[in-house]
Design a protein. Structure first.
Length: 117
């Protein structure tokens, strides 16, 4: 389990590095997810440990949105004119994250079906 978690953290670190070095306005974890998707599409595997960690994170993905949403709603008035910008960014980031997660899951599940047959 630690090996799988470390692998996912390495992809996040690689995404942070790429995003920082390339001066992209895209968050490092998103770039890390895209790197994981590309690695998976090229035949890379997470192994049993990585799959267990990924399933655990996906099962509890909704919990990660609660603190952000509560914080934004609590501070909405103090954000003033930037409030709509923050809401827009959170909505776009949520959609991008869900699409990247769904794409990664689709690629990995197809690979699992191919390996089973």
């Amino acid at each position: 389990m630690i090996e799988g978690f470390a692998t996912l953290l390495l992809f996040q670190l690689a995404g942070e590095a790429v995003s920082h070095l390339a001066h992209w306005p895209v968050p490092g974890p998103i770039v890390g997810l895209l790197l994981l998707l590309a690695w998976s599409a090229l035949g890379g595997r997470l192994g049993q440990s990585g799959e267990g960690v990924a399933r655990g994170l996906l099962a509890n993905l909704g919990l990660m949105f609660v603190p952000v949403s509560a914080g934004i709603l609590f501070q909405l008035r103090s954000l003033g004119p930037a409030a709509w910008d923050v809401v827009w960014v959170v909505m776009v980031a949520t959609v991008v994250t869900l699409v990247a997660t769904a794409a990664t899951f689709t690629v990995l599940s197809r690979r699992g079906e191919d390996d089973a047959s």
